[in-house]
Design a binder for this molecule. Structure first.
Ligand SMILES: Cc1cc2nc3c(=O)[nH]c(=O)nc-3n(C[C@H](O)[C@H](O)[C@H](O)COP(=O)(O)OP(=O)(O)OC[C@H]3O[C@@H](n4cnc5c(N)ncnc54)[C@H](O)[C@@H]3O)c2cc1C
Length: 445
């Protein structure tokens, strides 16, 4: 049996939904993990709760706090192969490895995520077009199943379970450790261009131009401009700087800011978002700006503001990230952005990027070739849920999908259409593991 503990109530980053677990069980040692094969409630690993919705929550079940599995196991200086426990955070890896000239193969927009979480959501970001997802770089992992088996999984050993675990939402068992390759860097700096664009068409042109020559691309966008342009924004592209002299240049320390309390919800409204967008769009005077930036503000601008979810008030917020295939992307964006504009709901942080064609081994991985847009909506009850249901239908119409790591409400019908391999995946779910997300999306009609 799992011994009871109640150190903290697990939450997700969006603070929606708010659920109660029957208990929280910390896992300290990979050699002495709790006996998972109880007849009691189901279990789900929870690391740093940087998933936005309910994929890291297990209402009325047990939450396994895996953040204590935070030890490095081995590192091969020749090949860059790192083996570490699954609770090690990307921030810890960067702190140890960047000074030695190594960087993560793929990182999301926050470094406060665990290796286990990066695998379970098969995370992606600025280099998807060049490097694929995190799962593309995992060579092996050790999975503990509730019957006590400890299985090594890779492309050649237990390959089906490996494919199910990459992007497997924590449902195939407890990942104890993983092995993946870091990449060499000359110094911790990035050569960056920030380019203002005034329409979606211009975004497409900048993307096509940057794809071959830049490892990292992403755009901040303002959706509230409307009209033929559809959006405007700032396109950012970058490569690791190659000057050995910069390896000795000390990194600037940025004191983190914090949002000290939940702001009232009226603070973020269409008017304040419009004003912010106007200021942000014009923050650089020239259309093109070249800079050398240290890796931290380049990859993790939001990590500079602790607890920023509080900006959305006590009711929390919902992230919505979708992808639509390039073919038809302009029409899809026109429809989707039109619906958002008509709703009067503004998104404060909106990010646009193209996904490339690098295929992940993950059975349920979200990224697929196309255009992806991530938005934040303050939770305003039924109105917000209705808007997102409408967006689901449009994304479905354009043959796209939405990202489970950011979801808290999509219906079973829509999930099963977005992820046609879900039943094949379900065969590999550990019988004693479950999540609030999975119970919702796997319901049969
Ligand atoms: C500011 C911010 C920016 C973000 N940017 C991006 C982005 O650019 N790209 C992107 O892809 N995502 C992004 N995300 C989402 C985030 O990267 C993922 O949700 C990530 O999986 C969170 O990791 P975590 O360690 O906090 O795991 P949790 O959120 O605690 O858990 C996530 C999943 O991993 C499972 N899990 C965790 N540990 C284990 C383990 N040891 N064994 C088995 N399963 C496990 C859990 O059961 C759950 O299903 C962002 C999130 C935030 C808050």
């Amino acid at each position: 049996m799992i011994s009871p503990d109640s150190t903290r109530e697990p939450q997700s980053w969006g603070r929606y939904p708010k659920v109660k677990h029957t208990q929280v069980t910390p896992v300290y040692w990979r050699s002495e993990v709790p006996d998972l094969d109880g007849s009691g409630p189901s279990v789900l690993p929870h690391a740093y709760g940087r998933s936005y919705g309910d994929s890291c929550l297990n209402e009325n079940g047990v939450s396994l706090d895996v953040s204590h599995l935070n030890r490095f196991i081995s590192f091969d200086e020749e090949t860059g192969l790192l083996c570490c426990e699954a609770g090690v955070s990307l921030a810890e890896i960067l702190a140890v490895m960047v000074p030695r000239g190594w960087f993560l193969p793929v990182t999301p927009g926050t470094k406060f995520v665990s290796v286990g979480g990066a695998i379970a959501n098969d995370i992606h970001w600025k280099n998807h077009h060049a490097g694929g997802t995190f799962g593309c770089h995992v060579e092996r992992l050790k999975l503990l199943r509730s019957d006590g088996q400890r299985l090594t999984c890779s492309l050649t050993e237990n390959p089906e379970l490996f494919a199910a675990t990459i992007g497997g939402l924590g449902l195939t068992g407890l990942i104890l450790w993983a092995e993946f390759k870091l990449k060499r860097i000359v110094n911790p700096y990035i050569d960056v261009d920030h380019i203002r664009f005034s329409s979606l068409q211009e975004f497409f042109e900048l993307t096509a131009e940057a794809d071959q020559d830049f490892v990292y691309t992403v755009s901040w966008v303002d959706l509230l401009v409307g009209g033929e342009a559809l959006c405007r924004g700032i396109f950012t592209r970058g490569n690791h700087n190659q000057d050995p002299a910069l390896a000795r240049k000390p990194l600037k320390k940025h004191l983190p800011l914090a949002v000290p309390f939940d702001l009232p919800q009226f603070v973020l409204n269409t008017l304040t978002i419009k004003s912010f967008n106007e200021l942000y769009y014009h923050k650089q005077l020239p259309k093109r700006l070249h800079r050398i930036e240290s890796y931290d503000p380049f990859f993790y601008p939001l990590d500079g503001i602790h607890d920023w979810y509080r900006m959305y008030g006590r009711r929390g917020f919902l992230q919505y990230q979708f992808v639509v295939p390039f073919e038809g992307a302009r029409e899809a964006m026109s429809d989707i952005l039109g619906r958002i504009r008509r709703s009067g709901a503004g998104s404060f942080l909106t990010v646009l990027k193209e996904f490339g064609t690098v295929q992940s081994p993950g059975m349920l991985s979200f990224p697929r070739p196309g255009l992806t847009l991530a938005l934040d909506f303050a939770y305003a009850g039924e109105k917000t849920l209705r808007l997102l249901d409408d967006l689901d239908a449009m994304v479905r119409h354009y043959d796209g999908a939405i990202y489970p790591a950011k979801d808290a409400r999509m219906s079973a019908v829509i999930f099963q259409q977005f992820y046609p391999r879900w039943q094949e995946f379900a065969q590999y779910i550990d019988p004693h593991f479950s999540s609030s997300f999975w119970r919702r999306v796997s319901q049969k009609e």
